[in-house]
Write a protein that binds this ligand. Sequence first.
Ligand SMILES: C[S@@+](CC[C@H](N)C(=O)[O-])C[C@H]1O[C@@H](n2cnc3c(N)ncnc32)[C@H](O)[C@@H]1O
Length: 111
Amino acid sequence: MLLDFRNLPFDDGTFVHVVFDPPHLISAGPKSWLAAKYGRLDGDWQQDIRQGFSECWRVLCPGGTLVFKWNETQVKLREVLQLAPQLPHYGHTSGNKGLTHWQVFIKDVAQ
Ligand SMILES: C[S@@+](CC[C@H](N)C(=O)[O-])C[C@H]1O[C@@H](n2cnc3c(N)ncnc32)[C@H](O)[C@@H]1O
């Protein structure tokens, strides 16, 4: 991990485009290859994701776009979207089982 998405070392409105691709597993064994590849959420993961969204939104400039990727094998997309700063403008589903979601948020120019 190069930096912590819960505490980004950038000024407000630094970026026109941000991608938030956090771990999506809340339950995985110590030998899980999925957890080794994608990471795992621990403890109060809702607060971590909420804080990650908040930081991504903060460093995004007005008019900028945030892309959020989520695989809902363990946690439904609708549940995690409740932690977002606003509803996404649109999204796309991918993967063999249709469980991977790409959601696009556009920050209002007035924000
Ligand atoms: C779903 S993977 C995303 C992989 C990324 N798209 C890539 O291609 O490398 C989630 C990643 O978030 C990292 N991660 C976990 N907690 C983090 C945190 N608090 N801040 C930043 N990265 C974190 C994990 O180590 C893992 O590499």
